[in-house]
Design a protein around this ligand. Structure first.
Ligand SMILES: Nc1c(NC[C@H](O)[C@H](O)[C@H](O)CO)[nH]c(=O)[nH]c1=O
Ligand SMILES: CC(=O)[C@@H](O)COP(=O)(O)O
Length: 168
């Protein structure tokens, strides 16, 4: 099913983010897109109770470098979740395929090897218009959706053994 609206969320179903610390790693490729994704993510984090002091943001050259940037953030910062933000747009060659595969598998590997949830906020689109539509355009903002995922996963990460459920 095609994307409907990425920016709609119900705060009643989301834990309060006030006690969580979030990392954001942002690709510098296609900055018009990635900066809008970052904006949507930060706005949603703050709307759900996070504080500016608890949001740390790093830039990397491209989506392929998101994996290393997130790994270094996990190793050096105390964060409860990380949002990896990138935008890969199909060009003339197969490079798109390899970049997308590399960043996808790399983020999967980080989630398996470490105990910090890394949220996949990478738009992998056929055209720039598809990216514009999903980074604050007519289909909403993937950054917003990923911020909500980051909050929920931060809550899961901090679930104590005595908890029966998270109860979003
Ligand atoms: N074409 C796009 C790239 N390419 C660059 C790679 O991500 C990487 O930085 C380079 O291969 C050096 O390792 N990156 C994007 O994020 N988006 C693109 O559309
Ligand atoms: C996804 C990419 O790396 C892409 O923008 C590169 O463009 P091209 O395949 O035309 O070299």
């Amino acid at each position: 099913m095609a994307t409907t609206n990425l920016s709609v969320y119900d705060k009643a179903t989301i834990p309060n983010a006030k006690n969580f610390r979030f990392g954001i790693v942002v690709s510098e490729w296609n900055p018009e897109i990635t900066q809008n994704l970052k904006k949507g993510a930060i706005e949603a984090l703050l709307d759900c109770g996070a504080t500016k002091e608890n949001i740390i943001s790093w830039d990397v050259p491209g989506s392929f470098e998101l994996v290393y940037g997130c790994k270094k953030m996990i190793q050096s910062q105390k964060v409860d979740a990380i949002i990896a933000i990138g935008n890969v747009i199909q060009g003339e060659t197969k490079h798109f395929d390899f970049v997308c595969e590399g960043v996808t598998q790399g983020i999967v590997d980080l989630n398996v090897k470490h105990d910090v949830p890394v949220i996949f906020c990478v738009l992998t689109d056929n055209t720039k218009q598809q990216s514009l539509d999903r980074s604050g355009g007519k289909l909403g903002n993937k950054g917003t959706e990923c911020a909500v995922a980051a909050i929920k996963m931060a809550a899961l990460k901090n679930l104590n053994a005595k908890s029966e459920s998270i109860g979003f």
